[in-house]
Design a protein around this ligand. Structure first.
Ligand SMILES: NC(=O)c1ccc[n+]([C@@H]2O[C@H](COP(=O)([O-])OP(=O)(O)OC[C@H]3O[C@@H](n4cnc5c(N)ncnc54)[C@H](OP(=O)(O)O)[C@@H]3O)[C@@H](O)[C@H]2O)c1
Length: 507
């Protein structure tokens, strides 16, 4: 069963806003994120005609590249895409510039300010600037301070700063970073990125909940028995061992991406659709969230680490054998946990979160399992009727599904479950933009709706503090359970749900 558009007219489905004249300054312009995500996203915006002609990108890093070298490096990174769109690339590349800047050298920021004035005149960018900190997190605070000291954040209407993840390592460091950032700029100028919020399907959680009347009355503890939030990856640590060893799945995925999905799924309806109203509700619900057992967190959390696996023809390396990983590493590549939200809507409903690397399938989803019918009148094909489930598929195969019981054909009165599907691709016929396309455009438009506010980030870190402290102080109480690569994580994670009489969904 599928769902189709009521008005299947394909033209005019997209709603896009054009960025205002400005210069985007990228610190870390020679880094991985810039070439893999940011410049491709900007080129996509350019091709969609969402960048004005009064636009420039100024790349900054320490290495002494010229404008031409920067353009050449970005062209190489975009590869075949440029050959397909040569003319567009030439026009786009004419707006790319480079300035060698060490964020730790105040005089470099002074030179940067002068270069920006030249670009403003040359490209008519009207002193309007977005500064993107795509550098090591250790420069987020000092970078903001340096920009402020150079007077580059003094106009809140014309300057803003985008900060990459991770924002802090724990509650204390996030508080301290917020303090420094908020001393340098107004909160309205600060755009903390969580690229999950750039996904169409994550935004769709809000539309599904608040544009339809049928969901809201049952979106609570009276009808929902449990909620599962999963972000599964098939890849291992790849070339990111240096970063991942000091991060792990809890910091890399749970505190940000999974928690954002949790917040959107559980928040109250905002009073109106604007950034502050939405972010107020998200911060509020996160303040009510807690680990299922805060005093003995090992009862509600399981950590895992992938070992070798795969097949004889395609063997997969275990985490400890990956280049750059400590052979005795206790960093988790998998984490599963149970949370509660202590408010009127959700009291007593368990929320199960899990994420892991080297799992059998790449997929992210939110699954709401409804309470069973109070009386079973019919025989069920599988022994007992399957509870209704609403499945919000974040990626891939973006869309939603609903599982419910129907009568099996035949003379008896047996029930069996069926699935109803909505697919973005089938209904809208075009792939969604990469998250960075949306987020870059929104930051440059000064729209903070899809960015995390300071108090939200702190609430998210505070939620996981008992776990982070336990891992730090007595890691043996939360050991990493090995699991074979390309399996669904350690058996201990199955027991976490098994104790509640449940099983993880295996899509
Ligand atoms: N890569 C990803 O997929 C990804 C995903 C999510 C979040 N992030 C976050 O994005 C940020 C950048 O990641 P990345 O992977 O692009 O890192 P990266 O490849 O290590 O690049 C770091 C960049 O910072 C520059 N840099 C270093 N010290 C500097 C200084 N003192 N002043 C100015 N520039 C300096 C480097 O160039 P020079 O050596 O020439 O100075 C380089 O361009 C990190 O915070 C990361 O956590 C990355």
């Amino acid at each position: 069963m599928t769902v189709t558009l009521t008005n299947p007219l394909r033209v005019g489905l997209r709603q896009e806003r054009v960025v205002s004249p400005q210069c985007l300054v990228i610190f870390g312009a020679s880094g991985d994120l810039t070439s893999r995500k940011l410049v491709p996203a900007l080129f996509e915006l350019f091709r969609q005609r969402r960048l004005p002609t009064e636009f420039a990108v100024l790349g900054c890093a320490r290495r002494p590249w010229s404008d031409e070298e920067f353009r050449g490096q970005m062209a190489e990174a975009l590869g075949d895409l440029i050959h397909e769109h040569r003319g567009a690339w030439d026009q786009f590349a004419a707006g790319l510039f480079y300035e060698p800047v060490d964020l730790q050298q105040p005089e470099h920021l002074v030179r940067l300010a002068q270069r920006l004035e030249v670009i403003d005149r040359h490209r008519a960018t009207r002193n309007n600037r977005t500064f993107y900190l795509s550098v090591s997190p250790k420069f987020y605070g000092s970078g903001c301070s340096a920009l402020a000291a150079a007077g580059l954040l003094s106009d809140p209407e014309r300057s803003r700063v985008v900060i990459e993840k991770p924002f802090g390592r724990d509650y204390g460091s996030a508080q301290e970073l917020n303090r420094i950032v908020q001393t340098s700029a107004k909160e309205s100028q600060v755009f903390r990125i969580d690229h999950y919020l750039g996904k169409e399907t994550v935004q769709n959680i809000l539309v599904l909940r608040f544009a339809n009347t049928i969901f809201e009355p049952i979106w609570n503890r009276n009808y929902i028995a449990s909620v599962e939030i999963t972000a599964a990856e098939t890849v291992g640590v790849e070339e990111r061992a240096g970063y991942y060893e000091s991060s792990g799945a809890l910091r890399d995925m749970v505190q940000n991406h999974l928690t954002q999905m949790l917040a959107l799924t559980t928040m109250e309806a905002p009073g109106r659709f604007d950034a502050e109203a939405i972010r107020n509700e998200k911060a509020k619900v996160l303040q009510s969230a807690r680990l299922a057992d805060e005093l003995e967190p090992w009862n509600c959390c399981v950590r895992g680490q992938y070992g070798p696996g795969g097949t004889a023809r395609r063997p997969l390396t275990g985490y400890r054998q990956e280049p750059g990983v400590n052979p005795n590493s206790t960093t988790e590549t998998y984490v599963a946990m149970k949370l509660f939200i202590d408010n009127w809507r959700w009291q007593g409903v368990p929320f199960y979160l899990r994420t892991g690397k080297r799992l059998p399938k790449r997929m992210s989803e939110v699954v709401l399992t409804f309470r069973e019918a109070p009386v079973h009148l019919f025989d069920a094909a599988g022994g007992s009727p399957t509870a209704n489930q609403l499945i919000l598929r974040i990626q891939p195969d973006e869309g939603a599904g609903f599982r419910f019981e129907v009568k099996s054909p035949g003379s008896g009165m047996r029930s069996r479950p069926v699935d109803m599907h909505f697919s973005y691709d089938e209904s809208f016929g075009e792939p969604s933009d990469e998250g960075y396309v949306r987020l870059l455009a929104d930051a440059m438009l000064g729209d903070p709706t899809l960015f995390t506010r300071g108090d939200e980030v702190e609430a998210a870190w505070r939620l996981y503090t008992p776990l982070l402290e336990l891992i730090e102080d007595s890691p043996w109480q939360l050991p990493v359970h090995p699991y074979e690569a390309r399996t669904w994580g350690p058996a201990a994670a199955d027991n976490l749900l098994g104790r509640d009489g449940l099983m993880w969904r295996r899509p």
